[in-house]
Design a protein around this ligand. Structure first.
Ligand code: ADP
Ligand code: MG
Length: 694
């Protein structure tokens, strides 16, 4: 995780100017004390905190409040009425109940009385609350009257203090009660003075940024919303600055690396163009020109090819790969998963064969023997992992990295050799411009802004489960007209095997019910590659009418006669994922439809509603990407939960545009200008290798 690395860096910076002499030498190691150093933290609590990722005093200090509450009036339950303001009620728990709602949601209810009348307090999707409440305990609940009773927004168990103004509210958790956490943070704040400030005083002054320790103090203890925001911005600035410095450094490294110059396009490319059943669109031509210009140079290409689903990126990607091949070198196409690698392989092997270019698929299942042969092919298709981890390609000149959200990984190995392939990053999840600037700051961007002509925008509807039969009626009507269809099975948080079984069962059910008159195939991640290939070939050839599938169809399946898709339990999918799925239809001249089926609106969380509403409202991937970023709070870039560096705790990519611009400017200054800031940069550079940001 980059956070801890960065902190090590910062702790090692000696900046006495940041410290009033009276405080003496700072002792940064105290921040790394385990939480059991705090009063009242024993083994059990320590373990619970660890589950939240809170191990040290530092972790606790950097635990960001989700929001702040201004003081709310305390009212008697009898006086609640239909209050639309948040209020506080204080009372005794009479009984507690927990019940499941549909879709693995839960509702905890507690009868609470303050001696006037009892009220039913409700908590959605926080099943653990039931264990924190016992009959007879006193609770302090903040919320307002809602659909099922008193809808609790935050709560204290036991004798709570009156609501402070601008009290921090931390993310709700099973492990620890809100009050307990607040107490711990208060203890941890005793150590906040131990923070070194990584930002040089000069820079802080100029940017009017408070000290880091002050910033940390005020996010937990603000006197006003404004003060909390000032603190957050200071911390966000530091995060963004680090990210930008990493990017600037990578760009500088790239300048020192060599890639083969591939000259101008030749005969193979000419044949490729003739093989295609269409001519490239102006956007594709533009992308291809930009790629050609990059490939001619010996500085490795680092280009992002972005364009919405179905905009025709694959054609451009293959172009880039063939540019390597026509120089007797190799091209590699890297996909994030084996399934996607296989699908890419299926898409391009035919064209390659036609051109007399050898093309091989490399998966973890490839036996040693065929692996050696695969590594020698003109075009190698595999997963990021396979191609990066130690396999020796014959002579890689161009790498296309599909859906590469992890930035810079592929360079790691190549850079150590002082040589790097040209890299084209391809993404079908359009990246909002702000985001591109942040994370992909040193990439040149080619954009396919419009799909090939004659496409009609997909018509998307959102349909209640109760009326699902209408969705199937529409689907079967289109099937009778000779179209094909997809039915996407619900996303369950379970193994690939469970998903596969669910898809098989659903296909079987549909064969007997709604789709009994049609030929129904099933596609999921547990099928053997040859079986999967056969299913896709059948669907391609029109020998199957419907494909019941898991999200394996998300990218890669390309049948223009498939014009309708039903997504079951659509609320379970992420926005980007639904957009990707929807992109499987609308690939030809026919009008296409996407039918999102979910529980009723009232049963969905607000963000789920917003996701589905925005999908109905637009097919523009860029707009959806922005919405997605908003809904996810901008902390996680592109939903890449697993990558530490891109998880910004304090920065909000979308709202912090200005801060980002400032960080960008400062980072360039820090990298290029010698001066007092240079030491800081050196230390940062030494500690942030490209992998650290990957
Ligand atoms: P993406 O990879 O961006 O999702 P694809 O490259 O898979 O898009 O292209 C989507 C569909 O459009 C494919 O069926 C492809 O053959 C077709 N296509 C691509 N370029 C053109 C073009 N210039 N004219 C007509 N059809 C095209
Ligand atoms: Mg594609």
């Amino acid at each position: 995780m980059i956070t801890s690395r960065r902190q090590t860096v910062f702790a090692s910076l000696d900046q006495p100017q940041a410290w009033p002499a009276t405080r003496g030498r700072p002792q940064p190691e105290r921040l790394d004390l385990g939480l059991d150093a705090l009063p009242g933290v024993g083994i059990t609590l320590k373990r619970k905190l660890a589950k939240l990722g809170l191990d040290t005093v530092r972790d606790l200090l950097e635990h960001r409040p989700r929001r702040y509450e201004s003081a709310a009036d305390e009212v008697a339950i009898a006086a609640l009425g239909g209050s639309t303001e948040e209020v506080v009620i204080v009372g005794e728990v009479l009984n507690v109940a927990k019940r499941p709602l549909r879709g693995r949601r839960t509702l905890v209810t507690a009868r609470v009385s303050d001696g006037t009348v009892p009220v039913t307090a409700t908590w959605f999707n926080q099943p653990w609350v039931a264990d924190q409440l016992k009959p007879g305990v006193r609770v302090r609940l903040r919320g307002k009257p809602g659909k099922y009773g008193f809808d609790v927004k935050s709560y204290d168990v036991g004798e709570g203090e009156a609501t402070a103004d601008f009290a921090p509210v931390y993310p709700a958790s099973e492990e620890i009660t809100p009050k307990r956490l607040r107490t711990l943070v208060a203890h941890a704040l005793g150590h906040v003075v131990d923070y070194f400030d990584p930002l040089p005083a000069e820079l802080r002054d100029r940017e009017a940024m408070p000290l880091k320790r002050d910033a940390l103090f005020v996010i937990h203890h603000p006197a006003s919303e404004h003060e909390a925001e000032t603190g957050r911005q200071r911390l966000a600035f530091e995060e963004l600055l680090l990210l930008q410095i990493g990017i600037a450094r990578r760009a500088a490294e790239r300048e020192r690396t060599l890639a083969p110059s591939l000259g101008a396009p030749g005969e193979l490319i000419e044949r490729y163009r003739k093989t295609l059943p269409f001519s490239l669109t102006p956007y594709q031509e533009q992308a291809v020109r930009e790629i050609d210009a990059d490939l001619e140079r010996t500085i490795p290409m680092q280009r992002l090819l972005q364009g919405d689903v179905g905009s025709g990126k694959t054609v451009v990607a293959l172009y880039a790969l063939l540019r390597a091949v026509e120089h007797g070198r190799q091209g590699a196409l890297m996909a994030p998963t084996e399934t996607l690698a296989e699908q890419h392989f299926l898409t391009i092997e035919g064209i390659c064969a036609e051109l007399g270019v050898t093309c091989a698929l490399l998966t973890s299942a490839s036996p040693k023997k065929t692996r050696a042969a695969a590594l020698g092919a003109d075009v190698v298709v595999g997963t990021h992992a396979l191609i990066q981890e130690g396999v020796e390609l014959r002579d890689l000149a161009v790498a296309v990295v599909d859906e590469q959200h992890r930035f810079g990984v592929e360079q790691r190995k190549a850079l150590t050799q002082g040589r790097a392939p040209h890299v084209l990053h391809m993404t079908a999840t359009p990246i909002p411009r702000t985001l591109a600037l942040t994370v992909y700051g040193d990439l040149a961007v080619s954009e396919i802004a419009k799909p090939p002509a004659d496409r009609k925008p997909i018509i998307t509807s959102w349909i209640d489960e109760g009326r699902a039969s209408e969705a199937y009626e529409r689907l079967t009507r289109l099937l009778r007209e000779g179209r094909q269809a997809y039915v996407v099975c619900p996303l369950v948080e379970a193994s690939e095997t469970t998903l596969a079984r669910a898809a098989e069962d659903e296909a079987e059910r549909l064969r007997r019910a709604e789709l009994r008159d049609f030929r129904v195939g099933c596609l999921h991640g547990r099928l053997k590659p040859d079986v999967r290939r056969a299913v896709m070939a059948d669907f391609n050839a029109g020998e199957l009418d419907v494909l019941v599938a898991t999200t394996v169809i998300e990218v890669g399946v390309d049948v223009s006669n498939a014009t309708v898709m039903i997504v079951q339990e659509a609320d379970r999918f992420g926005l980007a994922q639904l957009h990707q799925l929807r992109g499987r239809v609308g690939r030809g001249a026919e009008q296409s439809y996407c039918l999102l089926v979910s529980r009723t609106k009232e049963e969905l969380t607000e963000t789920a509603q917003q996701r589905l509403e925005s999908l109905v409202a637009t097919t523009d991937g860029f707009k959806l990407a922005e919405v997605d970023l908003d809904l996810r709070g901008g902390g996680q870039l592109l939903g890449t939960r697993q990558h530490g560096a891109t998880d910004l705790h304090f920065a909000h990519i979308r709202n912090d545009r200005q801060l980002l611009e400032r960080a960008r400017t400062v980072s360039l200054e820090l990298v290029s200008a010698p001066g007092p800031l240079q030491d800081a940069v050196d230390v940062l550079f030494a500690e942030t290798d490209p992998g650290a940001l990957a």
